[in-house]
Write a protein of this length. Structure first.
Length: 171
């Protein structure tokens, strides 16, 4: 009986941790229901404004609403996004620069590459957790196994009572 209590305790602790981590992931994802898109800052080019590991959010805006000094997110290369500050407009394109960089970006940003303007709301440090989960999706399976195991162990008595009642009815 002692081993069962230890297993129950461990599963209870693990399931509570899982609930907290699920709630944190939901908290970070919730703004997407408001039309915001989250990004994890992966480089220090926008320090100190956005430190590595910060979750930032951008929202699609009309190109004419983008002004100098706005921070925008834009497509760069095949599958990556860059978030830098607008420093000017040249020949119908946008000049950008990371706050921590000495000089402006070497390539101008075409309007069609702009994904949106970054809003002020940000979550420092949480990006490390989001990046870890997104890169290790097998952990979702581990969380599910922990939560299902905890559910069944916590409800074993209910299943036993139901089985005893059925056996009593047969007699």
């Amino acid at each position: 009986m002692g081993l069962l209590k230890v297993v129950k305790f461990i599963l209870k602790v693990l399931s509570n941790i899982c609930y907290i981590l699920i709630a944190l992931y939901f908290f970070v994802s919730f703004p997407t229901f408001l039309g915001l898109k989250p990004l994890v800052v992966l480089s220090g080019s926008m320090s100190p404004t956005y430190k590595v590991g910060t979750v930032i959010y951008y929202k699609e805006v009309a190109i004419e609403d983008i002004k100098e000094m706005d921070v925008i997110t834009f497509a760069s290369g095949s599958d990556s996004n860059v978030t830098h500050r607008v420093t000017g407009f040249i020949d119908g394109k946008i000049q950008t620069k990371g706050d921590a960089n000495i000089s402006p970006d070497s390539e101008l940003v075409a309007y069609e590459e702009v994904k949106g303007r970054v809003i002020e709301y940000k979550l420092p440090v949480v990006g490390y957790y989001i990046k870890f989960v997104n890169e290790n999706l097998y952990l979702v399976g581990v969380v599910i196994i922990i939560l299902i195991s905890e559910f069944f162990i916590e409800n074993m008595k209910c299943f036993d009572i139901n089985n005893k009642k059925r056996e009593e009815k047969k007699i």
